[in-house]
Write a protein that binds this ligand. Structure first.
Ligand SMILES: [Zn+2]
Length: 285
C-alpha cells in the first residue's frame, strides 16, 4: 500500500468540512502475524483500529481514546486504543465459532460500544453507543450524532496487507455556509473510491481527484505506529484490582503470579514479596 502507516488531515476550507485519511500497513501486518484470524475478524480489527486513529483527530487535547466492546457473540472482546501521537494498540478475542458474516451484530451479539476519551490532564469521558448498525462506520456515525450532533462519514476497506480509512465531518459552522448541498456532494464523491484506487495512490492524489473543484488544505502527514502502554506498574495495578485474597490464593499454587499483556505479549511476573509490598504487608513499621 502506498504511504505506509500514516495519518493525515485535510480541510475543505470553504465548505466547513474536515477530512482525515488513515492507512495501516506494516504495523498492522505485524499485529496479525501468527494470529490466523478469520477474514471477518481481521477486517473488524482493522476497521476498529483505523477508526480509533481517525477519532484521535477530533481530540482537542493530548490524551488517548479507545473503542471497546464486550460481545456475547463469537467475538468476546474488541478493543482499539490510540493516542494524539497516533500510537495505537488493538485486540480482538474470539471463541472457536464459525464466522458466518461480517455483520457487527452477528460477530458481537448483544453488545454496546464504549468510546472512552482520556485526556492526559483532566476528566475521563465515556460515550456508549448501542450496537444497532451492522458495521463500525455506521456505529460511529451514530456516536457523533448522539454526542456532538455532527454529521460524520466513514469509509474503510482492508485486505491481508493493510487497511485504509477516510473520515469526513461537518464542522459546527457548516450550518452558516450558503452551499448546503456540499455535504451530499462531498460524501457521494468519497463513495466512488475503490480500494484499488486507494492502494495505488497517495493521499494528495486521491484528495485532488475527489475534490479538485473545492479549495483543499492538506496538512502534514503523521506517522502511525503500534505501541503498547503496558508496564510492570500497570500490571501490578491490575493485581490490586483483583484483591489481596485472590492473589494470595494464586501464590498458594504457583511460585509467582504471571500476567501476559494481551496486546503485545509482554510477560510480567510478581513473587510473594512484590505482592506483599503491593498490599502494604512486609513493610517495616
Ligand atoms: Zn503490552
Amino acid at each position: 500500500m502506498v504511504e505506509g502507516d500514516t495519518f493525515q488531515k485535510f480541510m475543505l476550507d470553504a465548505l466547513e468540512i474536515r477530512g482525515e485519511w488513515v492507512r495501516l500497513d506494516d504495523s498492522f501486518a505485524e499485529l496479525c502475524q501468527n494470529k490466523n484470524y478469520p477474514e471477518s475478524l481481521r477486517k473488524l480489527l482493522a476497521e476498529t483500529t483505523a477508526a480509533s486513529l481517525l477519532l484521535t483527530g477530533t481530540l482537542k487535547f493530548e490524551g488517548r481514546l479507545s473503542i471497546h466492546a464486550r460481545g456475547s457473540g463469537p467475538v468476546s472482546l474488541l478493543m482499539a486504543e490510540a493516542t494524539h501521537e497516533r500510537a495505537y494498540r488493538s485486540i480482538v478475542n474470539h471463541k472457536a465459532e464459525p464466522f458466518e458474516s461480517d455483520d457487527l451484530n452477528h460477530l458481537l451479539g448483544k453488545a454496546q460500544l464504549a468510546i472512552t476519551i482520556e485526556p492526559d490532564k483532566g476528566q475521563r469521558y465515556q460515550g456508549i453507543v448501542p450496537l444497532e448498525a451492522s458495521n463500525m462506520g455506521d456505529c460511529l456515525v451514530q456516536y457523533f450524532d448522539m454526542s456532538e450532533q455532527l454529521d460524520t462519514f466513514f469509509m474503510f476497506d482492508s485486505d491481508a496487507n493493510g487497511c485504509f480509512g477516510l473520515m469526513l465531518q461537518k464542522l459546527p459552522d457548516y450550518r452558516s455556509i450558503q452551499d448546503q448541498d456540499a455535504w451530499d456532494r462531498v460524501t457521494q464523491l468519497a463513495n466512488t473510491l475503490s480500494f484499488e484506487e486507494v492502494s495505488g495512490h497517495d493521499n494528495e492524489t486521491l484528495t485532488h481527484r475527489l475534490y479538485h473543484e473545492e479549495q483543499v488544505s492538506l496538512f502534514a502527514q503523521e506517522p502511525v505506529r503500534f505501541q503498547c502502554t503496558c508496564s510492570p506498574e500497570r500490571s501490578l495495578a491490575s493485581l490490586n484490582a483483583l484483591g489481596h485474597d485472590e492473589v494470595l490464593d494464586i501464590l498458594e499454587h504457583e511460585a509467582k503470579v504471571a500476567i501476559d499483556c494481551q496486546f503485545c505479549g509482554a510477560h510480567y511476573e510478581f513473587d510473594r514479596a512484590d505482592v506483599n509490598a503491593l498490599f502494604g504487608l512486609g513493610k517495616m513499621h
